[in-house]
Design a protein. Structure first.
Length: 202
């Protein structure tokens, strides 16, 4: 059997990626804000510089995201900005279809239940307290409500473990975040109002 034959490599070939990036113009001043928005909701308290950049560059950011089928929403009253998928009826009739970048992921019963409870807690908090303050709930109080949706024979330790797992999922989606140094306290973030409108709970 003859030995395999290999072509010798070129002397110091120029990497394709290096050639491409060498010709790129400098990034626009809003590029970092665009990346952060693609990663998820941006809040005022994520950093004053980032938030200011979003506010100052709304027009170019809106134009950029519109080209890939996304709509930029800046809610200054709740001090947050986020992206949503544009609906097909928002495009011109002769506009080419754009694949969806954001896709809905199915949620299990426990996680869906938690989101509904968090949204209801946010509604109650805004009606009874200052809407500009942080909405914070302890996991102990949340567990007390959580238990009512499961059989009385369900083990409380296991229920709390399931609740913790669902809270971690909510944290990944930036619906909640641990509050302060007190373990077991969670701040409900205002993006849940946009992602889960009250009309959807009726």
């Amino acid at each position: 059997m003859s030995e395999p034959f290999f072509l010798p490599p070129d002397d110091d070939p120029a990497p394709i990626a290096d050639v491409a990036f060498a010709d790129l113009p400098p990034p626009p001043i809003w590029s970092a804000a665009a990346v952060r928005l693609l990663q998820g909701v941006v809040y005022h308290d994520d950093g004053a510089e980032l938030w200011d950049k979003v506010l100052r560059c709304v027009t170019p950011l809106t134009d950029y995201f519109a080209r890939i089928g996304l709509r930029l929403v800046v809610d200054e009253s709740d001090a947050m900005a986020y992206l949503r998928q544009s609906r097909q009826d928002e495009f011109p009739h002769d506009y080419d279809s754009i694949p969806k970048l954001f896709r809905r992921s199915p949620l299990n019963y426990e996680t869906t239940l938690l989101f509904v409870l968090l949204r209801d807690e946010m509604r109650r908090y805004e009606e009874e307290f200052n809407a500009n303050e942080r909405c914070v709930i302890s996991q102990h109080d949340l567990l007390s409500v959580w238990k009512a949706f499961f059989p009385a024979t369900k083990d409380e330790v296991r229920l709390n473990r399931t609740l913790t797992a669902s809270l971690k999922r909510a944290e990944e989606l930036k619906f909640v975040r641990p509050f302060g140094s007190n373990a077991g306290s969670w701040e409900i973030r205002r993006i849940i109002k946009a992602r889960l409108p009250l009309d959807d709970l009726d």
